[in-house]
Structure formats: C-alpha cells, structure tokens
Design a protein around this ligand. Sequence first.
Ligand code: NAP
Length: 165
Amino acid sequence: MILVTGAGGKTGAAVLKALVARGAIVRALVRSNSYRAALNAIGVHDIVVGEMDDPHAWSQAVAGTNAVYHICPNMSPHELPFARALVAAAVTHGVRRLVYHSVLHPQIEAMPHHWAKLRVEEMLFSSGLEVTILQPAAYMQNSLAEWDRMVGVGADGGRPFRREL
Ligand SMILES: NC(=O)c1ccc[n+]([C@@H]2O[C@H](COP(=O)([O-])OP(=O)(O)OC[C@H]3O[C@@H](n4cnc5c(N)ncnc54)[C@H](OP(=O)(O)O)[C@@H]3O)[C@@H](O)[C@H]2O)c1
C-alpha cells in the first residue's frame, strides 16, 4: 500500500489519480474530512485525517504501508519538522520506500520554501529509507492565474506574446 500525503491538494489529487489508474492500493492523508467526497470520486477510499505535526496521525497514516509519496503543503514553514515526523513514523512502522516531492533548484537560499526542501533532502539521505527525490519545475497550471494579463499585455507588461494565426 502507498500512502500519499498532502492528498487534498492539487498535486496529491493528481498523484492519487495516476496511482489508482495503475491499480495501486493507496491511502490518503488529508487535513480534514472535507476532502473525503472528492477523494472517493477518484477511487480513493482509505483516508486518514490528521495534521502533519501530529505523531499519532503519522503513525495511523503509515501503519500497514510499504511506501509513502510525501507532498508537503505548499510554501510551508514546517517542511523540515513535518518530514522529520514522517520519517520517524516510517522507520518505527518498517516502511521501506519514500518518494519526496521536492522542487527544482532546492539550493536557492533566497527562496525559503526551496531551501527548506534542500534541508529535507539532506535529512532523507541518512534516514535509512529507500528514497526517491523528485524535483519538479513550476507547474504550467500556475500560469493560469495570470493568463489573461499575459495574453493581453504580455508577460513582461509590454508586448503581447499571442501571435495572430
Ligand atoms: N505549484 C508548483 O508549481 C510546484 C512546483 C514544484 C513543487 N511544488 C511542491 O508541491 C507541493 C504541493 O503543492 P500543492 O500546490 O499541490 O499544495 P496544495 O494544493 O497547497 O495542497 C496542500 C495540502 O496540504 C494540506 N495541509 C496544509 N497544512 C497541513 C497540515 N498541517 N497537515 C496536513 N495537511 C495540511 C492542505 O489542506 P488545507 O487546504 O485544508 O489547508 C492541502 O490540501 C509543495 O510542497 C510545493 O512546494 C509545487
């Protein structure tokens, strides 16, 4: 069984959909029951509700799993303590494998949410778990919030970049 954390968010939903499509047995860790219906709709029924700073929630979430796909809440100041709590529970419960959803260029200190992911990556090297670290670039979907402005006046506030066909 694979636990997916941050499962109420857009990344978690996408990862779960992909795993369910491959026939994987999955469990979701979410922060509240409000995500239950949406998860059920994509075929996820094993759901643990809990906060990532709660060791009891981590124990409940990882018990009986053999792998975790960890997605920390976006721009969380608690990235490292959340990951430490997860690793502690994973080691206690004999979880073998951990996939960490990091970010492209975590070594940029001027971006605290990137820098925190580098600290997590460093901590994972000595966790004793089989670790896979993914470093995704900014999602294309991020552009949607600024789409109208970009196609209207241009991403640089100057020339529109949509060419006439
Ligand atoms: N967006 C990008 O372009 C991009 C690119 C590369 C990597 N990433 C990384 O992808 C990860 C996920 O991003 P996302 O945008 O999918 O996240 P998101 O949509 O913000 O989802 C985060 C989820 O975590 C939950 N959460 C918040 N605090 C929690 C807590 N204390 N305990 C348990 N759950 C909690 C949130 O629940 P509530 O909403 O109920 O608070 C939400 O459902 C982040 O680590 C981000 O750095 C993002």
